[in-house]
Design a protein around this ligand. Structure first.
Ligand SMILES: Cc1cc2nc3c(=O)[nH]c(=O)nc-3n(C[C@H](O)[C@H](O)[C@H](O)COP(=O)(O)O)c2cc1C
Length: 232
């Protein structure tokens, strides 16, 4: 499966087969994590105490069978920390999808106190992403949750300005943006093509919106083949 295919097919998964990941999958994920951390300066840890962090009480009963999850952290004084976590975290999510694993971004419904990653001075935990083996066929619970959360997806023209008069590569980028996951499926990012480059606007000022921004930018770059972010 290519990254393109992964971006098109992935949906959030909250019901997992309650087993630890195999050594093979763990080492494949660790390689991906190492590469991302080296490029981004983030600290991403593959954790295995999912039962504590996603227990019935702590995750409002939406998640089950979570054993493993990624904890994503970085420098608290980095103004673009949340955006960066969204961007590189989505790369990790799509790579995990290519390995046949289910994932779900989680910024709210988990127990932060159980996510003890030994934060250094000046370091902040931004969010987690559950990861694990899933049953291929979507089960009833998964469908029920999607039904509650998923309002209708926005279209490319709702998420951009002047789509019709924008170049083809911009439209291809927007094609992938509409599939990008966002907190509560709010899809708060608006893209705009200008001759000077691609601009983005956020409809919302919560820190979680900035994670959504990074995720949407990753999808845009994947679809358009153009680099629009520069985190250096
Ligand atoms: C930044 C972010 C935070 C999220 N936080 C939560 C959460 O706390 N609990 C939860 O059940 N889902 C959470 N989600 C999952 C979204 O509800 C889900 O991605 C969205 O409804 C779109 O569905 P899809 O991922 O299946 O396309 C989060 C997603 C993102 C991108």
């Amino acid at each position: 499966m290519t990254l393109f295919e992964a971006a098109k097919i992935r949906i959030s998964r909250r019901t997992y087969i309650p087993e630890l990941l195999s050594d093979e999958k763990k080492s494949a994920l660790q390689k991906i994590i190492d590469g991302i951390c080296e490029r981004s300066g983030l600290r991403i840890i593959l954790m295995e105490n999912g039962e504590d962090c996603f227990s019935l009480m702590k995750s409002y009963g939406m998640f089950s069978g979570v054993k493993s999850y990624f904890a994503l952290a970085g420098r608290a004084d980095d103004e673009r920390l949340h955006e960066k976590v969204g961007y590189y975290g989505e790369e990790l999510v799509l790579e995990a999808t290519r390995l046949g694993l289910g994932t779900c971004w989680v910024a709210g419904s988990y127990d932060k106190a159980s996510t003890d990653i030994g934060l250094a001075d000046g370091e902040a935990l931004v969010c987690v992403i559950s990861v694990g083996e899933i049953k291929e066929a979507e089960n009833l619970k998964e469908k029920f949750i999607s039904g509650i959360i998923k309002t209708k997806r926005k279209t490319a023209s709702q998420m951009s300005k002047n789509l019709d008069s924008s170049p083809e590569w911009f439209k291809k980028g927007m094609d992938f943006v509409v599939n990008a996951p966002s907190a509560r499926n709010m899809q708060p990012v608006v893209f705009e093509y200008t001759p000077d480059g691609v601009g983005t606007e956020l409809l919302g000022s919560y820190s979680v919106n900035r994670i959504d921004l990074g995720i949407a930018e990753y999808h845009f770059e994947l679809g358009s083949g153009k680099r629009i972010t520069d985190f250096n």
